[in-house]
Each structure stands twice: as structure tokens, then as C-alpha cells.
Design a protein around this ligand. Structure first.
Ligand SMILES: [Fe+2]
Length: 474
């Protein structure tokens, strides 16, 4: 079924232009001529979002936004403004609108907005679903019960999750705060300083120094003072705290020729309040992600602990993969995905019974077939977790061979995810060089010879060369 989008505007021209553009994007565009009409239509079933004009007869757009939000707080509303007016947009956002669009309406812009709305809706639903998903926790509880003495190691692993957490969401928001402030105050110099919680100082990343934090700012008040910069002209400095749940997380520092005054200060404050709310949501979501990662990491650790002969295997595969990421100059995002995938690559072994997993050697064909299910089991564990889509596929394919003779899917060459091919090398190298009860580990030189021999068959030849040159010797 197509998602329904409601367009409310008294101008028939605008109604038809926007609904045509939205229709082209594959949505079911419905229109209302005024607010009353719109309210009636909203009764007829779920809408993905509402586009509304502000100046309309009978009921203004702001009133409509208020009425919609009173009924259904999560329904996104995008305001249509005849001309780009930040004032109107800010007013509308105060009432709960999530975005605004101005003439000329561009299909790309509408597409991006609708994609964002959809993504946020999916995320919200997935989050709800995920918090209900207790099976992972139950699984882990069982394992923890069996291995209580390993608790300390599990706790130490939480440190890994800190490295994993990406604060990109928050970084983007800081960029947006600076941009919007500059738009509001044309000539002003605007900077944002994060607060160092350890020393209660502001951090100036450019100058690489820490600035003592005014206790008043720490208490949540705005600081207003003369600015003693290098310029002979007298300037003013206004510093706003960015407060999340009563704690000051950063400061927006504005240097201007004129005193800002109540009006501008009010707008900046409003911008910061909204950003703080958004950051809280991002942090909430990232907190959820962090929790989940630490649970998964605990599972990986428990897995290592279950089989003493492969203990620390996940950790070593992660270190080797990370070194490959560096050697290949992967970007930060890819390195994060690689790091998570490598540390969890064998997570699916939690689903393999002890008598098979711990059997020292001589697996039967049937038992080997059970072992070979672990990449799929691992992928299935991660599948319900929305931010782990890429990791899921990388883990699923970490036992594929370059020549197509691996498992579970028999993928070949570049069809195997790039990061899976990296983990495959790290995994095989560590397996070869580690001791097993029935054999000693190979020397590094011998393992390198093996990788050379299997280059193009089991391993990606290009990656195998890089691994030998830059990683195997570390
Ligand atoms: Fe594996």
C-alpha cells in the first residue's frame, strides 16, 4: 500500500503542484482546502505526513499544527511558505512542525524530506520493536549463568563499545546550530565549544586549549560581556549554554558588533532548546545502540570463554582487521563497521551445541554442517537491529571464498562484501597461528606461505598481498 500524504493549502495551484510532485515520487497525495477539511480527512486513516500552508481562511496553519499535534504528536508536519521566512518557520516549529519548504518547490527536496520522514518513522517503530525483543537478553542470561566466573572479562569488554559509538548524529547537529545562528545574525562570529566534564572547562579544538568555564554559564545562565579581541572596534560577546537534562554540554559563543537584544537572544535560545531536545533523542537512540553492542560484545566474549582453545580469537581478529582497515586507508565509517563486524564475526557460534563446538577434532560430515551454520545464525541474531544492516551481511559472508567455494552462499570475487574478505584473511591467519590442543600454531612465516598459496582461491589476491606486506608481521 502506498503511504498517504496530506497537502493542505487554499491555493489550488500550490495544491496541485505539490501533489503532482509527491504523486510522482510514489506516494498517495491527498489534498484539503483548509484546516477544517484537513482535520476531517485525518480521521480517515494513517498519513505519513502533512504539508500545510500557514495563511489560510477559517483556520491558520499554526492552529492546524496545534490541533494535529494534540491528536497525534508523532505525525510529521512540513510547513509550506510562500517565501523562505525563517520567522515563520521558527514559529511553526514552536508549534511542532518538523520542517519547512518554500518556493520554488523542487522534487529532489521533497523526496529528501519524505525519505527522512519515512526513515524516522521506521526507526521509531524498529526501536519500539527492539526494546521488546528480549530473546537476545534471555540467551545471554543463560550463557552468563553458565559462565559466571567470566563476568569480569565481560565487563572489561564494555570499553570496546565506547570506541564503537559514533557521535556523528550529534556532530551534525552542532554544525546545524552554527549555520542557523549565522543565518540569524548575519555578521556575527559564531563558535561552539564542547564542555570538558572532567575539568569543567570549555574545549577550543582549534587552538587546542581549554578555557575556564564561567560558573554562571555552568548554572545555565547566558553570559554577556565586552569582547577584548585583537580588533580595535568594541565588540560584544554572548555565550549561551547548551543544556541537556540540566547539564551543560557545550557553549555557543557569539561575537557581534551590536548587543544581541531580547529578540535575537530569544531565537538563539529557542534554537538551542530544540537542538538539545534533538540531541537527547539522538543520545537516547545511541544509548540504546551502545547497550545493544555491549550485550553483543559480551556474547562474543562468552563465546571465546566457552572454548578455551579459541579464547581471545575475536579480539585478535578485530585487531588484525583494524590494522587492515588502516593499511587500506578506509574511511572512518567503514572502519567502524569493520571493527564491529570483526569483533562479532563468530557470534553465531552461540547457536552451536557444546559437544560439537568443543570437539577437539574429527568432526563428522554432519557435525561440520552444523558448524557451517554459524555465519547465518550470527546474521540472524543481528538482523532485527536496525543500525546493524551492513554488519549483518558482512558477518553472514565471512566464510565465503574468493573462488566461490566457501559458505554459506558460495559468493564469488567482488560479490563477497569487501569487509567480509578482510575478516576472512584475519580469521584464517589467526586460526593458523594459534595453538590448538591437538596441534601447535604455525609460525608467522608459514602462515604467510599458506596465504600466498591460497591467494585467488580462498582469499582476495589484492587484499592478501596487503595483508602479507603490512599486517601479518605486527
Ligand atoms: Fe567463523
Amino acid at each position: 500500500m502506498q503511504d498517504k500524504v496530506l497537502i493542505v493549502d487554499d491555493d489550488p495551484g500550490i495544491r496541485s503542484t505539490i501533489s503532482e510532485l509527491i504523486g510522482e515520487l510514489g506516494y498517495d497525495a491527498e489534498t484539503a482546502t483548509d484546516g477544517l477539511d484537513a482535520i476531517n480527512m485525518l480521521d480517515s486513516g494513517p498519513y505519513l505526513c502533512v504539508f500545510t500552508d500557514i495563511m489560510m481562511p477559517n483556520m491558520t496553519g499554526l492552529e492546524l499544527i496545534r490541533k494535529i499535534k494534540a491528536r497525534e504528536i508523532s505525525l510529521p508536519i512540513i510547513v509550506i511558505t510562500g517565501y523562505a521566512s525563517l520567522e515563520i518557520a521558527i514559529d511553526a516549529m514552536k508549534y511542532g512542525a518538523s520542517d519547512f519548504i518554500s518556493k520554488p518547490f523542487k522534487v529532489k527536496q521533497i523526496e529528501l524530506m519524505l525519505n527522512k520522514v519515512k526513515r524516522e518513522k521506521d526507526l521509531l517503530e524498529e526501536n519500539k520493536r527492539f526494546s521488546d525483543t528480549l530473546h537476545l537478553h534471555r540467551l545471554i542470561d543463560n550463557l552468563v549463568g553458565q559462565l559466571e566466573d567470566k563476568n569480569e572479562e565481560i565487563i572489561s569488554l564494555q570499553a570496546i563499545s565506547e570506541k564503537i559509538i559514533s557521535l556523528k548524529g550529534i556532530r551534525d547537529l552542532v554544525g546545524a546550530i552554527i549555520d542557523v545562528s549565522k543565518q540569524l545574525l548575519d555578521e556575527a562570529e559564531v563558535r561552539f565549544f564542547p564542555v570538558s566534564r572532567k575539568n569543567n572547562t570549555l574545549i577550543d579544538p582549534k587552538e587546542n586549549k581549554e578555557i575556564p568555564l564561567d560558573p554562571e554559564l555552568l548554572g545555565g545562565s547566558i553570559i554577556r560581556k565586552h569582547h577584548n579581541g585583537s580588533s580595535p572596534i568594541n565588540k560584544f560577546e554572548t555565550i549561551f549554554p547548551l543544556t541537556i537534562e540540566g547539564q551543560v554540554f557545550g557553549a555557543l559563543d557569539i561575537i557581534s558588533d551590536l548587543i544581541l537584544g531580547d529578540d535575537k537572544e530569544g531565537k538563539i535560545q529557542y534554537l538551542l532548546d530544540r537542538s538539545a531536545e534533538r540531541m537527547e533523542n539522538v543520545a537516547l537512540y545511541e544509548g540504546l545502540y551502545e547497550n545493544m553492542l555491549s550485550t553483543l560484545n559480551s556474547m562474543a566474549k562468552i563465546l571465546d570463554a566457552r572454548d578455551p582453545h579459541t579464547s581471545q580469537h575475536s579480539t585478535r581478529v578485530t585487531t588484525l582487521s583494524a590494522a587492515m582497515g588502516k593499511a587500506l586507508d578506509l574511511n572512518e565509517d567503514e572502519r567502524d563497521v569493520l571493527y564491529i563486524s570483526a569483533s562479532l564475526h563468530d557470534i553465531g557460534k552461540v547457536g552451536i551445541p557444546d559437544d560439537i563446538l568443543l570437539k577437539p577434532h574429527g568432526l563428522t560430515k554432519e557435525e561440520y554442517a552444523v558448524i557451517k551454520r554459524h555465519p547465518d545464525i550470527g546474521a540472524d541474531i543481528l538482523k532485527p537491529i536496525p543500525p546493524m544492516t551492513r554488519e549483518t551481511e558482512i558477518i553472514r559472508h565471512h566464510h565465503e571464498h574468493y573462488d566461490g567455494k566457501g559458505y554459506p552462499s558460495g559468493l564469488k570475487g567482488n560479490d563477497i562484501p569487501y569487509l567480509s574478505r578482510i575478516i576472512a584473511l584475519a580469521d584464517a591467519f589467526d586460526a593458523m597461528t594459534s595453538d590448538r590442543p591437538y596441534r601447535n600454531g604455525m609460525s608467522v612465516e608459514k602462515a604467510i606461505q599458506e596465504i600466498k598459496r591460497c591467494k585467488g582461491h580462498q582469499f582476495d589476491p589484492y587484499l592478501a598481498d596487503i595483508f602479507i606486506q603490512k599486517v601479518a608481521q605486527i
